[in-house]
Design a binder for this molecule. Structure first.
Ligand code: ATP
Length: 228
């Protein structure tokens, strides 16, 4: 069943238009990679979805119009965002950060710390004292603690050490196999995206130019639109 529906989405920063017609569907339990070169509109699409910028077009979650809602209500409706540049409460401990985000559901402190054992080891530490990779895991953990129906990861592993990236990809594989959360995923690593995603949507200059099953994403298409 389609959870997120985006049709002909447009958005601007002041007078500068960034999205010209984004089409994108995410079904329950499905992982969709949102792809495209730098500056093509991926983050802007995420911002529109989370109601952080004004947009026009169709934007529904489970049939409900997101345009009618402020961003905190979109979060309450079940969109868990892991933003670019991860945001945690620096002075709170890992445990406090996780508990502060908690809403009832499958994801609890114990399940999140099982998914990311490093967070279990550092439960009492202030978030500010974690490495960049650990803070990223904490940001994903915080989003999971809200028990989202749709988890949105903008730059899932950007700028992280290879070992940490591997841990995050492994966690995403587990999420895909063990839970029904839908995931919208942005990352630069086509190889990893291809192994974890069911579908891909490619943006060019603020428009959807290709969408389909990951299995149908040929090297020619990737080279044309993503430059790989
Ligand atoms: P990247 O992979 O580099 O993060 P992206 O695909 O996420 O790129 P966006 O960040 O959505 O792309 O940018 C889409 C367009 O909107 C670009 O032309 C960018 O310059 C412009 N843009 C992004 N943020 C702003 C802003 N705050 N003010 C004005 N223009 C912006």
């Amino acid at each position: 069943m389609t959870l997120l529906r985006v049709e002909n989405l447009t958005a601007s920063y002041g007078v500068s238009q960034a999205l010209y017609g984004v089409d994108l569907d995410v079904a329950e339990g499905e992982v969709t990679a949102l792809m495209g070169r730098n500056g093509m509109g991926k983050t802007t699409t995420v911002k529109a979805l989370c109601r952080m910028i004004q947009s026009q077009g169709t934007l529904t979650l489970n049939g409900q119009d997101l345009h009618a809602l402020p961003s905190h209500k979109v979060a309450r409706l079940g969109v868990g965002l892991v933003p670019e540049g991860r945001r945690c409460f620096a002075d709170l401990s890992v445990r406090e950060n996780l508990i502060a985000a908690a809403r009832p559901g499958y994801w609890t402190l114990s399940r999140v710390t099982q998914l990311f054992p490093r967070l279990a080891e550092r439960q009492g530490q202030a978030a500010a004292s974690l490495s960049g990779g650990e803070q990223h895991m904490l940001a994903i953990g915080r989003a999971l603690m809200t028990n989202p129906r749709l988890l949105v990861l903008d730059e899932a592993t950007e700028g992280l050490a290879p070992i940490v990236r591997q841990e995050i990809w492994a966690a995403l594989h587990r999420l895909r196999q063990e839970t029904s959360v839908a995931i919208l995923l942005i990352d630069k690593s086509l190889k990893e995206l291809a192994t974890v995603s069911d579908k891909a949507v490619i943006l060019e200059r603020g428009r959807t130019v290709w969408s389909g099953s990951m299995a149908d994403l040929t090297p020619e298409i990737s080279e044309k639109y993503v430059g790989v």
